[in-house]
Write a protein that binds this ligand. Structure first.
Ligand code: GDP
Length: 306
């Protein structure tokens, strides 16, 4: 029986993988150990002896969290990644997939974002600490593959969302923040305040789709170069808010707060490689994905992560 270990197993993508209900998978969470600590990390790997690893553990936030905590996000993510990949090497892991995000790509980059451009310029200033730390995952993986013949590869999804997200509206990403804000605005009969102009565009992908792609990748993807997971469909923040408001039955006023940051205007990404491998893969449309996430939030409130 060979084990697949999932770090960050209780997070957004980890819980989506868990919902698939596959055997022989071990899901680690913070409760099991601190991955910024090398000895604890090695101990966990020695305990479970995984053949494969899906490495999701990271300190992650939306534009707010990234701007406030750039030092903390840099440090903790570098430490986690250094420890996890090294522990995997020391314990003979056969294959390891790490996750980053298209937000770590260069700010000034030809569109659509392509896997080969990952390191070709500095990231957007709003998330440089997180982005540089995450980019080092690709560097560490390539270096380990080259020197020690490891099989460490990188998946790069676009803006993910779904059940069990972090619904905190200071640190969280746009979808969970707006769902939480909308819920409270409806309950308290107040305006729904959206950050920025509403004009930026994001490629939103439901985590259940990413979970399926991660498992496909683990068994089928043989290249050493990263692969972007994207639906290729951009949604404006304004349209996203309207979908959330509709699904939550919010009929109050929506206000765009121009004093808050817009971040990158858009970051369309190149899905050619994914399409080459999986031409028939169907991403969940935003309308349906938001409905699932809203329903999950309402059913689980107030016990959601926030
Ligand atoms: P990003 O894609 O890495 O920039 O991360 P986010 O998921 O935080 O998305 C940020 C975009 O959503 C920016 O254009 C924000 O102006 C916009 N936005 C609107 N309202 C919110 C909010 O309540 N929280 C967050 N995080 N972003 C918001």
């Amino acid at each position: 029986m060979s084990i697949t270990l999932v770090t960050g197993g209780s997070g957004l993508i980890g819980s989506a993988i868990k919902r698939l209900g596959l055997p022989n998978m071990v899901f680690l969470s913070r409760k099991d150990g601190d991955l910024t600590d090398f000895n604890q990390t090695v101990k966990l790997f020695k305990k479970h002896r995984p053949a494969k690893v899906i490495h999701l553990a990271a300190q992650v936030g939306g534009i707010g969290g990234n701007m406030i905590h750039s030092g903390e996000y840099f440090r903790n993510n570098i430490m986690i990644n250094i420890n996890v990949l090294e522990a995997a090497r020391l314990t003979g892991v056969k294959k390891l997939i790490s996750f980053m995000s298209t937000c770590v790509f260069p700010d000034k980059c030809p569109y659509p974002l392509n896997e080969k451009d990952l390191h070709n310029g500095p990231p957007h200033p709003s998330n440089f600490g997180y982005a540089y730390a995450k980019r080092m995952l690709e560097v560490q993986s390539s270096a380990y593959n080259s020197e020690w013949g490891c099989n460490y590869i990188i998946a790069i999804p676009t803006n993910i969302y779904g059940p069990n997200d972090n619904f905190n509206f200071t640190d969280g990403h746009v979808v969970p923040s707006l769902i939480h804000k909308c819920y409270l605005a409806k309950k308290n009969n107040t305006d729904l305040v959206v950050w920025g102009s509403g004009k930026p565009l994001r490629e939103l992908v439901l985590t259940d789709d990413i979970a399926k792609l991660a498992l496909w990748m683990l068994d089928n993807y043989k290249e050493s170069a990263p692969i972007i997971f994207t639906s290729g469909i951009e949604t404006s923040i304004r349209d996203l808010v309207l979908v959330i408001a509709k699904k939550m039955g919010f009929t109050g006023k929506i206000v765009f707060d121009g004093s808050k940051p817009d971040g990158q205007f858009r970051k369309p990404s190149d899905g050619t490689k994914l399409k080459k491998y999986l031409p028939d893969f169907k991403f969940t449309p935003v309308d349906g994905g938001i409905e699932q996430t809203v329903n999950w939030f309402v059913e689980n409130y107030p016990k959601v992560r926030k």
